[in-house]
Design a binder for this molecule. Structure first.
Ligand code: FAD
Ligand code: NAD
Length: 494
């Protein structure tokens, strides 16, 4: 080694302030992937350490799923009161409401803190240790952790038989719109203590539409700028149309086929078909996707296979390097918390020598807009490309429970193979349909056929009855709409 620069490991060990530890499983990141892996390791008797310099729960708990759903709920309640202060068909009258967003954020933070503590006690309960700090990989079995928080100041060199990378993802910034106090990512938007008068949102995907709807309900004038020709372009128009209609009812401006180009004191500059204009914006929210967190992790010299910026893993979460594993957003799309959690369970079981693999037949996806969208399994077009299918679609306008919730829009759509009626896809849009994702996922995972869903007694009055009715529709004999012929499509019929 003489004449060569000392390695990071040599330097770390030579540094007297560095302590050494060893464990069986070292998990970098305490988000839904990492903390679940930590819990499962503990349950399986594997000594494990979770390292994170942020409160436990990751993006999802601290600045993602939970905070956004709290703000969406507050906005829904506010909008309900605004509507009662105007003309409520329910006969409720109230004074026009006001909102103190700082208190809303305090309430939201209270929920987050309770859940942070909950995750901590679950890990402690199974004997998995948490180290507060930032980890850098020194080699495939060792991490150098810069300690922070209560452990602040020093460094810890942790060696492990297995390293699980669960570092999640970060918002993508546009080079001409760097994040600052006016250009926000979802993290800053969820911490705003005043409702912005005008808000321009770049990107009409999950976050743009979930938060755009919430801020419009809270009183912002919201403009969504989407590069594609539709918002939520990953979903079919039949599913997104009820959402689009509601966005327009809420006075959101939707600018599709439009790209942001920059920012001036007046607002966001955009280009549509070559024409430039400025959209008034006190704040700009950039939601053009998220990228896996691999930078600064020390992966450069390790030889891990990385594609499109994400760590490539097999169906157990194993990377291209022996005993180095990766789970969650750092492994790419779909970047969803429930996928990260399932990967967390699988990876711990695989390390413990169990024959677990990630073999989910479908990963549910929900957009928490108004109304909500749920997608599980295959879209009719994808399913039709593989063979003849039947599709049953039941409108929520014919569902009594939906009407009692003051809504009539949306539908449940079930897609099944024509020959054996195996259900391969279920989609829905409507008020409250997010909770149906459980039944949809279970049906596909259990290999249900149309007859199984139609034959299950669904309680009345519930939105879930529309699920059974969609199966009955596909079978040609719905009970609560006029009896149609089921749509039957041949392979490649589009
Ligand atoms: P993360 O949750 O990102 O956690 C990674 C952790 O690793 C972080 O705590 C980070 O501090 C830590 N870390 C990173 N680098 C290091 C390092 N070098 N050393 C130590 N620690 C490190 N998904 C859903 O399923 N449903 C939703 O409703 C939903 N809503 C969302 C709303 C918003 C606004 C956002 C932004 C995301 C939302 N998501 C939602 C996505 C969801 O948050 C992610 O899919 C999920 O958090 C991924 O989990 P993870 O464990 O892979 O990573
Ligand atoms: P997204 O991929 O959902 O949407 C990004 C949108 O921005 C796309 O429609 C894209 O066409 C558009 N876009 C990209 N570049 C653009 C540009 N220069 N100008 C205008 N439009 C542009 O990404 P997101 O909303 O940032 O969310 C990131 C991820 O977080 C999601 O993919 C999802 O995995 C996760 N998430 C999930 C939920 C949920 O499960 N309910 C909620 C929020 C976030």
């Amino acid at each position: 080694m003489s004449g060569q620069e000392p390695s990071a490991l040599d330097r770390a060990v030579a540094d007297a302030k560095v302590e050494r530890r060893s464990t069986t499983v070292l998990i970098i990141g305490g988000g839904p992937g990492g903390y679940v892996a930590g819990i499962r390791c503990g349950q399986l008797g594997l000594p494990a350490i979770v390292v994170d310099d942020q409160p436990l729960g990751g993006t999802c708990l601290n600045v993602g799923c939970i905070p956004s759903k709290a703000v969406i709920h507050a906005a829904d309640e506010f909008a309900r009161m605004v509507s009662a202060a105007g003309h409520s068909p329910l006969g409720i009258t109230t004074a026009p409401p006001t909102i103190d967003l700082a208190r809303t954020v305090e309430w939201k933070d209270g929920i987050v803190t309770r859940l942070n503590r909950g995750v901590g006690s679950l890990l402690a309960g199974v004997g998995t240790e948490v180290v507060v700090g930032r980890a850098t990989m020194v080699d495939g079995k060792t991490c150098d952790v810069a300690l922070s928080g209560g452990d602040g100041g020093g460094r810890l060199l942790i060696s492990a038989e297995h390293v699980v990378i669960a570092t999640g993802s970060a918002p993508v910034a546009l080079p001409f719109l760097p994040f600052d106090d006016r250009v926000l990512s979802s993290t800053e938007a969820l911490a705003l203590t005043e409702v912005p008068r005008s808000l321009a949102i770049v990107g009409g995907g999950y976050i743009g539409l979930e938060l755009g709807t919430a801020f419009a309900k809270l009183g912002s004038h919201v403009t969504v700028v989407e590069a594609e020709d539709r918002v939520l372009p990953q979903y079919d128009a039949e599913l997104t149309n009820p959402v689009l209609k509601r966005l327009l009812d809420l006075d959101l401006s939707i600018r599709t086929g439009t790209r942001a180009t920059g920012l001036t004191s007046r607002g966001l500059t955009v280009s549509e078909g070559g024409a430039e204009e400025t959209i008034e914006a006190d704040k700009v929210l950039v939601t053009v996707g998220r990228r896996p967190n691999i930078a600064g992790l020390g992966l450069d010299g390790l030889g891990l296979t990385i594609e499109d910026g994400a760590i490539v893993v097999d169906d157990r979460g194993h990377s291209s390097m022996r005993n180095v594993w990766a789970i969650g957003d750092v492994t790419g799309e779909p970047m969803l918390a429930h996928r990260a959690m399932k990967q967390g369970e699988i990876v711990a079981e695989a390390i413990a020598g169990e024959p677990s693999v990630f073999d989910a037949r479908a990963i549910p996806a929900i957009v928490f807009t108004d109304p909500e969208i749920v997608v599980v399994g295959e879209h009719p077009d994808a399913a039709a490309a593989a063979g003849e299918i039947v599709v049953g679609r039941f409108p929520l306008a014919a569902n009594g429970r939906t009407m009692t919730l003051e809504s009539e829009t949306g539908f449940v759509r079930v897609v099944a193979r024509a020959d054996d009626h195996l259900v391969v896809g279920i989609q829905a849009v409507g008020v409250g349909v997010a909770e149906l994702s459980t039944a949809f996922g279970l049906a596909i995972e259990m290999g249900a056929r149309l007859e199984d869903i139609a034959g299950t007694i669904h309680a009345h009055p519930t939105i879930g009855e529309a699920f059974a009715e969609s199966a009955l529709t596909a079978l040609g004999h719905p009970l609560h709409i006029a009896t149609p012929k089921p749509a039957s499509r041949r392979s490649g019929s589009g």
